[in-house]
Write a protein that binds this ligand. Structure first.
Ligand SMILES: NC(=O)c1ccc[n+]([C@@H]2O[C@H](COP(=O)([O-])OP(=O)(O)OC[C@H]3O[C@@H](n4cnc5c(N)ncnc54)[C@H](O)[C@@H]3O)[C@@H](O)[C@H]2O)c1
Ligand SMILES: O=C(O)[C@H](O)CO
Length: 386
């Protein structure tokens, strides 16, 4: 018998039982579910990361769909339990779904939702902030100031790196990588080198057009280059930001050999997933190269940092907050709820997961569709014609 777990219940007489493993920002997502005949149960356990057993207890023997979090391990055990409970839908409240075994979901006929688009600019803004904070040593300088060590302006005090005219390197130029690139190029007039499995034509056109604008105004134009290898980016860029998905091809993409290829004074930023960097190797590299700096939003073994990282002055570290703006987090909750609701109601899947704005308009009824289901093809789900 599973142990009891504390929950808050909304609309107890609702026909469809939907579970959210966490409380999420905003109330629109709650309203959308309860107005559509869902009995919503929100887990109110105070511990941050729920175990598989905790989630099994939440699913119980009757559950139509679950909204979960990236900290949870969604594999065969949970998907088969959800299927036995009559469920067909799960949504991560995140765009990344490396915590989900999609094959296991497919075997159990469970649709997997995620929340792209609503967090693109928000996440890119944090990556840009980490780039500036690391390049200009903002956190070190702040700590120095608070420690009462400032006794007057000095020519050498906290000298960092100028971004203007330098090269920004992006690995993974998808939604977030491209938005980050545009911010750094337009904001700091940096040149771009990027590596992705696919060509980012829109990004290239943007840099070309901005370069022409600068030239017409008597300034040196910015340039772009699509690298033929990741190594080319690592060798040439002054600031490198990582934005790929986490999978077998990107696990420990930054390893000792690749760290050694980077400029001694480079800035490396990671707001994708922690395991993209070999964090032990990174700590060694930071120790050996005090002018090399990093800005990290994500860590290999969250919530932990590898030994030594916390002591490194050349590292700026924040706790996985890249999507943490009120509007964004409320939007993520809405998209996750609509993914689950849409599947329960038998709605088709929205045609373009990069254009989810119609679901986010507070003053309109959302379209009758699931905003983003990553395994819709495998499950043969219909596509929305809207
Ligand atoms: N830190 C955070 O809070 C936060 C917030 C949002 C997203 N993320 C992470 O960022 C990731 C990217 O999100 P997105 O919306 O931009 O996704 P996206 O799918 O638009 O972009 C990912 C890009 O990575 C590229 N890619 C895949 N494998 C690669 C490889 N081996 N080498 C180079 N490029 C490769 C893809 O071609 C794609 O263009 C998410 O999967 C998630 O893990 C983190
Ligand atoms: O993948 C995601 O969406 C993030 O890590 C949380 O916003």
């Amino acid at each position: 018998m599973a142990k009891p777990i504390s929950i808050e219940v909304w609309n107890p007489s609702g026909k469809y039982r939907v579970v959210s493993t966490k409380s999420m920002p905003g109330t629109r997502w709650i309203r959308l579910l309860t107005d559509n005949d869902c009995r919503l149960e929100i887990c109110t356990e105070t511990k941050t990361i729920l175990s598989v057993d905790d989630i099994l207890a939440l699913i119980g023997d009757h559950c139509h769909g679950v909204i979960g979090q990236l900290t949870e391990d969604w594999g065969e055990v949970l998907f088969s339990a959800l299927k036995r409970a009559g469920g067909t839908a799960f949504s991560n409240m995140a765009v990344g779904y490396n915590n989900v075994d999609v094959d296991a979901a497919n075997r159990n006929g469970i649709a997997i939702g995620n929340t792209p688009g609503v967090l693109t600019e928000t996440t890119a803004e944090l990556a840009a902030s980490l780039s500036v904070a690391a390049a200009r040593r903002i956190v070190e300088a702040d700590q120095f100031m608070r420690a009462g060590l400032y006794d007057g302006w000095l020519p050498h005090l906290f000298v960092g790196n100028l971004l203007k005219g330098q090269t920004v390197g992006v690995i993974g130029a998808g939604r977030i990588g491209s938005a980050y690139a545009r911010m750094m190029i337009e904001g700091f007039k940096m040149n771009l080198i990027y590596f992705d499995l696919y060509q980012s034509t829109r990004l290239e056109k943007f840099v070309t057009a901005y370069g022409q604008f600068l030239k017409a105004n008597g300034e040196p134009p910015v340039t772009w280059k699509r690298a033929s290898s990741m190594e080319e980016v690592l060798r040439e860029a002054d600031v490198i930001s990582l934005h790929p998905v986490l999978d077998k091809t990107t696990y420990h993409l930054i390893n000792p050999e690749r760290l050694a290829m980077m400029k001694k004074e480079a800035v490396l930023v990671n707001a994708s997933r922690g395991p993209v960097i070999d964090e032990v190797a990174l700590v060694e590299h930071l120790k050996a190269n005090p002018m090399f700096r990093v800005g990290l939003d994500v860590f290999e073994d969250e919530p932990y940092m590898k030994p030594g990282l916390a002591e490194m002055k050349n590292a700026v570290v924040v706790p996985h907050i890249a999507s943490a703006s009120k509007w964004t987090r409320e939007g993520m909750a809405t998209l996750a709820a609509l993914n689950v609701l849409g599947k329960i109601k038998g709605y088709p899947v929205w045609g373009n997961p990069n254009a989810v704005e119609p679901f986010l308009d507070e003053n309109a009824t959302p379209p009758p569709a699931c905003p983003s289901i990553v395994n819709s093809k495998q499950l043969g789900l219909p596509s929305s014609k809207l």
